[in-house]
Design a binder for this molecule. Structure first.
Ligand code: GKR
Ligand code: MG
Length: 424
């Protein structure tokens, strides 16, 4: 009977939401983050939802693929994947944002597959009356732990497009500690990650030391996003040795990470040098990294993330989760898949505390003791707030941004900023 249900329409709505002046190796976040909300409608009037990247190349890939799912049953995940991989190709000449693997158009097919898969699983769950996590084999944990993801930041965007956020400036070590206190106070996180690669390494190490003093019991991570040379990364490793749970992407390239691994006992983690199954094949064998940050949005979906987890178990790699600026539909999809993975060895990253706006009914997702409870209601367990969707779409139309460009944004603050990498 469920085989009579099929997808009749695909709605793709680009949205923009406020994003803070967060600093990173490439520059600084623009005032608006772009996402796309995808809805799959069925002949029995159900709607399955998904959230993904909203940059222009991704919207073009989604547009190209929209017809591929029409007529399919929400249970035909394999057919959907085959069709998408046959039709969706990398965009020729696209400008990619090196820091965020989700912007690589070589991953277009995986990104589109993931988007449709989440919405189809949402439909499947609604049809059979089961939460997505049950369709993935069931929950091995009731709630998924996330970490406090700290950023160096300015108090306000240079263009002042809206009133400043409540976080204030985050540059000096004491400001970073205050940011961590506020984030942990609000959400209860039990581990801390600092996005580095922004200021000279000595300053970032001083911040890590300040965090260690302020939070003696909490695991700490530092992620310079490949903005440190190999020599700098080796020197910094000696100072970070006692401080870190893992050392994330300090230096560029698999060879660089492998050379660093020979010189430090810190576990190296990555969401930059292993971002596809092919890179996994080469990367795992190199021994360069001990921890992988998965991300269903660009690895190809929730089921591929489970496969990746099994591969990590086989290769004795730890598993964590990467994030970019996102809203609640992504957070809930991350939570369902993370709840289904026995060897999730570290709390996941999330940018969610930096986001003030939402597109789901009921408003923001709640954290309890740093974790998100896995929904037990059918499907993803969240639904779209149509009024908010319309407002965030209007913001997309008005903001004028169509592709993330942290370097261009940084040049508004410092016209001499080159974005040269590695910078230190
Ligand atoms: O949001 O600025 C940011 C991050 O730097 C992001 O672009 C990275 O992809 O969070 C990511 C990471 O862990 O590398
Ligand atoms: Mg990272």
């Amino acid at each position: 009977m469920t085989r009579d249900i099929h997808i009749t329409a695909v709605r793709i709505t680009p949205i923009a939401f406020r994003d803070g002046p967060l600093l990173n190796a490439a520059g600084i976040h623009e005032p608006w983050a772009l996402r796309a909300i995808v809805e799959l409608e069925t002949n029995d009037q159900r709607v399955g939802i998904s959230e993904t990247y909203g940059d222009a190349p991704m919207l073009a890939a989604l547009e190209q693929a929209r017809g591929l799912v029409v007529g399919l049953s929400p249970f035909d995940l394999n057919a959907m994947e085959q069709r998408v991989h046959a039709a969706v190709k990398p965009a020729a000449g696209a400008v990619e944002f090196e820091l965020a693997p989700g912007s690589h158009t070589a991953k277009n097919a995986a990104k589109v597959t993931s988007t449709f898969e989440v919405a189809m699983l949402d439909l499947q769950g609604q049809i059979v009356g089961a939460p997505v996590v049950d369709l993935l084999g069931g929950a091995v944990r009731d709630a998924v732990p996330y970490s406090a993801y700290l950023f160096f930041k300015y108090a306000e965007h240079i263009e002042r497009p809206y009133p400043p956020d409540a976080w204030g400036e985050g540059v000096a070590p004491e400001q970073i500690v205050a940011q961590a206190r506020r984030m942990i106070g609000l959400y209860g996180f039990g581990s801390i990650k600092l996005k580095g690669g922004v200021f000279p390494p000595a300053h970032e190490i001083a911040c890590m030391r300040a965090l260690r003093r302020a939070f003696p019991g909490l695991p700490l991570r530092l992620d310079p996003n490949a903005n440190w040379s190999l020599a700098t990364s080796i020197a910094a490793a000696e100072e970070l040795d006692e401080l870190l749970e893992y050392y994330e992407d300090p230096t560029p390239g698999l060879d660089g990470m492998a050379a660093l691994a020979q010189r430090t006992r810190l576990p190296l983690a990555t969401n930059m040098v292993i971002t596809t199954l092919d890179e996994f094949r080469r990367g795992a064998a190199s021994g360069a990294v001990k921890v992988l940050l998965s991300d269903h949005h660009y690895w190809g979906g929730l089921r591929v993330t489970q496969t990746l987890a099994r591969m990590c178990a086989l290769w004795e790699l730890g598993l964590s989760m990467h994030s970019n600026s996102h809203l609640g539909i992504s957070l809930i999809a991350m939570t369902h898949v993370a709840a289904s993975i026995p060897n999730l060895t570290y709390a996941c990253d999330t940018h969610y505390p930096w986001q003030e706006e939402e597109v789901i009914e009921g408003g923001r997702v709640v954290f309890e003791n740093g974790s998100v409870r896995v929904p037990r209601t059918p499907g993803l367990g969240v639904t779209l707030d149509r009024a908010r969707l319309a407002e965030l779409h209007a913001q997309y139309l008005a903001c004028g941004l169509r592709q993330r460009d942290d370097l261009k944004q940084m040049r508004k603050y410092d016209p001499s900023f080159t974005g040269k990498a590695p910078r230190y």
